[in-house]
Design a protein around this ligand. Sequence first.
Ligand code: ZN
Length: 369
Amino acid sequence: MHGPEVEGYRYPPDCPFLPQRAGMLADLLRRQGLLEGAGVGLAAVVPAPVCDLLTFHRLDYVEALRRVSGGDFCPGDLAYGLGMPETPVFPDLYGYALMACGASLGGADLLRDGGARRVFNPTGGFHHARAAEAEGFCYLNDMVLAAERLAREGGRVFCLDLDAHHGNGTQEAFWRRRDVLTVSFHESGHTLFPWGGFEDEIGEGDGLGFNVNVPLPAGCDDRAFTLAFQSPVPPLLDAFRPDAILLEVGMDVLAVDPLAHLSLTNNATADAVGLLASHGAPILATGGGGYHAEATVRGWALVFSLLSGGEETDLTAGLGGVFLGTGDWGPGLRDPGFQRGGEEEERVLGEVRRVIDRIGRDVFPLHGI
Ligand SMILES: [Zn+2]
């Protein structure tokens, strides 16, 4: 989901969120020939109509967004979370947020009507936005809207969030629902915004056990992440039997990211995506965080190549650094492997084991696992 219609939007210069990553990704995919395979293509984005936002967002909030975006900000808008350092008010933020939602909703429609089996929307993944509150660079929650669309008429949606930050807005939206199973992997709320997403937050009422959090300790490397991922995800997928998978691919998990403190390489995300792709359910993947632009775009290109069914290594071997115009990268789209080792590794693995044991005890029995 990308085209010139989503390019040109910019957050303020002092804000680390970079909408231009989507255009950079499209350029990289084009140069790599990854948009030319059979059955692969670009779909145009149309802005979401207001009525579609209201399946989750409150009308007064949507109207406030439109107003401040036009330059009319008043102190009362702070109650909507607007105008904070991580929710700046800037020209046409509303237009950008509508495009992001339109792209995820358009992707959901493609899955629903059989137009595609896999969709990637790099202008998406705004998982912190609440029904009437902006938070963490997020104004409208395209994840929630897309999950609602996919869950229409009894669809079962497996909503998996791989961003370094907890998907708190999405969790809140489906806290009491069992048709949308939310699973969030993220750096622990002990060390990173939004300071929550602990393993004991498992939903309530009808949704008890249908919200899963896997907090990862700072310094988590690929080996520990893979252990954390392999333990709950395959059994939950088997038990839940989703009709669609919604996937937030934040690339702020990478060791080079300036905001988060995880130590992953893009191999960890790629392996997770590969496991999901082997499941067979249609996938709508979105972008998300990722504050080292080049590393983020490279990781997304790798994810795109896996989702579009190509094995990326043959196609791109030896070309990554050249195409990106930087000498920092090795060949291909994959990062060099990294494993921490030593006492620090034991600390990280011990913490991951504690969390997955807890999920096994608290959540698995609710799914008959
Ligand atoms: Zn993030």
